[in-house]
Write a protein that binds this ligand. Sequence first.
Ligand SMILES: C[S@@+](CC[C@H](N)C(=O)[O-])C[C@H]1O[C@@H](n2cnc3c(N)ncnc32)[C@H](O)[C@@H]1O
Length: 258
Amino acid sequence: MQTLPAESVDAVITSPPYAMQRRSTYGGVPESEYPAWTVAWMAEVRRLLKPDGSAIINIRPHIKNGQISDYVLRTRLALREVGWNEVDELIWFKRSSPPTGSPRKPRRSWESLHWFAKHGQPWSDAKALGIKTVPPTNKKGWFLSENAKNNGWEHSFAGSNKQPTIARCMDVAEINLGRPTESDRSNGVAHPAPYPPALAAWVGKLVCPPGGTVLDPFSGSASTGVAAIRNGWDYIGIDAVEEYVEMSRRRLSAVEAA
Ligand SMILES: C[S@@+](CC[C@H](N)C(=O)[O-])C[C@H]1O[C@@H](n2cnc3c(N)ncnc32)[C@H](O)[C@@H]1O
């Protein structure tokens, strides 16, 4: 990141290594050091982000000794202490999550996306993800969506003559883990902890302006890059493991060629 120019990035979308849960494959950071380690790499993100840019961090703490591990909480507070504004928390709902963890507890099926920015009003477009609706009444105001997909409350600003409006997206997205595509299989794309490109696309549409630049400093198999190519954003991916960088090059070339 130190080689990149200041204020050149619109959005950071990333899933950093989770404390020590993946240490056998790509290393990890001890929980006690996690807040300071995150503050350090986010300082470089701060330099690279445009004034209205956003950083989205996907992480959910594991359960340790019957209790939620506190390192993510401490990390969020540490980021606030050094001046980051925590804009919101978005939820990735994974109906297809595997049945791991304690059999005495519900299956863990969601993860957080922590939205940080330099101030409280970063660039965003909640309607880029919205659904076109036709208000059912002539009145301005809130109404319950008739669109099963949106499944919630919407607001009609138009109010009159039932013009279609675009409702804002919800702060929860249901995106399944999915299986590797044929192209990924033939390019040997395999990573121990990928998120789906659709997740990066969902949140990217919210925080990255059209034609903007997205950075993933822990890019793994470049799922963020796949979303970037499909949505017309420039993409910079960084990973500490050379094998993942090579894998990413193959994957992104195939997506560009498709
Ligand atoms: C959770 S994975 C990201 C997976 C990615 N979102 C995907 O869909 O493939 C975290 C990545 O961070 C990388 N990583 C760990 N420490 C790093 C460091 N200090 N600098 C850059 N990358 C690092 C790992 O190699 C791993 O690929």
